[in-house]
Design a binder for this molecule. Sequence first.
Ligand SMILES: C[S@@+](CC[C@H](N)C(=O)[O-])C[C@H]1O[C@@H](n2cnc3c(N)ncnc32)[C@H](O)[C@@H]1O
Ligand code: SF4
Length: 448
Amino acid sequence: MLTERVLSRAVEIAQGSYFSTDPKPVGGLPGPVEGRPYMLYAHVPFCERLCPYCSFNRFPFREDPARRYFKNLRDEMRMIAEKGYDFPALYIGGGTPTILIDELCETIDLARELFNIKEVSTETNPNHLIPEILEPLKNRVQRFSVGVQSFDDGLLKQMDRYDKYGSGAEILERIQSINGFFHSLNVDMIFNFPSQTEAHLLKDIEMLKASGCNQTTFYPLMASRSVATALKRTVGMVDYGREARYYEILSRELSDTFEHATAWTFSRTGGGMIDEYIVDYEEYVGVGSGAFSYLDGKIFVNTFSLRKYGDAIEAGHQSVSLGCKRSTLKDRMRYRFLMDLFGLKLDKREFFTEFGTTPERGLFPEVSFFRVAGAFATDTAEEFTLTPKGRYLTVAMMRQMFANLNSLRDSARAGLPEDERQLLFGDGTPACADAACAVAEATDKPLP
Ligand SMILES: C[S@@+](CC[C@H](N)C(=O)[O-])C[C@H]1O[C@@H](n2cnc3c(N)ncnc32)[C@H](O)[C@@H]1O
Ligand code: SF4
């Protein structure tokens, strides 16, 4: 398949130098553009255990700071409502959004009061597939997503998930027991974890099919530099050279039960649901510490400091920075090109309506690259669709885009107070011996 060098070039073409490594603070998010659809993303950055491969914004859970955080999250939603935004969909991601079920329910209920929300999605971990957590969510959440990563006990142990989230057999049983409880049940998996073999992958797919979930997302391992270093020490080097082969295997093996919904999300045949909000809605507002917003071609990022986040919201304003260097028409065209192809189809007429030019004229090098790479299955006056090779190309580009976002995260975090930085990086080991004491320092005290 495509070599890493060619892929890097493709990503460079697609992304340019869009993300800033030095986010600049701004007064707040811009207001909505009349008639444009937006999605609301809310981030809950607490986990009972920090997985060593994860580069998302997450802190070890402690109840008091988490309650303060949820209250601030709701106040931030009120600020967004005052700006005039409305949203048909709410996606709550983490971290672990179900960490305090009463707070999560209050947050969903408020969102429904403030906005015309028709659909709520939330993420969780397998140990939360229990009646005390599921029952309150029954009529509040339509799309539920469980992070599994692998059903293999050895891999779960290496991911430090076995003790906290259960064995592969327990996880499978829990998922089977909630079939039909939500409108959509997605299972998140990871492929190309360093110690994962092809046999592991085949077994994971077999168990996934047996789980009864109606959707699955197979993320390629995305390792920021600090995560890659940590993994190298314990389970080995991340090898992007075999990513294409693993993707080919999983696409082939899933195809008798699932169909592509995006390049890395698969819906049970006949289900037709997609959980990728970046495909459904081009623009979104992110609330919560470390949340991203994409508005009018620009990336905004909320502070990664829980302390700064809490202090800002309690003082009546957001703490937001501009996370991209510039936003030209070409950047917006590139972003749309990648997102549409990631969603499997680019409608050339819609592209023309939005940008006043065809993709061939507006993005000549990008389109030529895809053509030469044999990425297009259809290339008509109306649309581009993808070959299997083209799907892998978009997966690799998205993986790289998330890696670029992680660099943005890293530089945003570089300015954090030392205690909070320690909590976020690498294995999440707190600066002081006791995790609870470190979180308390990071969240309860006012800024110096
Ligand atoms: C950020 S987590 C939040 C939900 C929940 N805490 C969980 O673990 O599933 C959502 C998903 O992101 C994926 N993920 C996290 N870190 C990743 C990484 N370094 N590479 C690829 N996927 C990753 C995992 O599949 C995970 O299930
Ligand atoms: S992958 Fe692990 S550390 Fe990351 S958000 Fe999920 S539970 Fe938390």
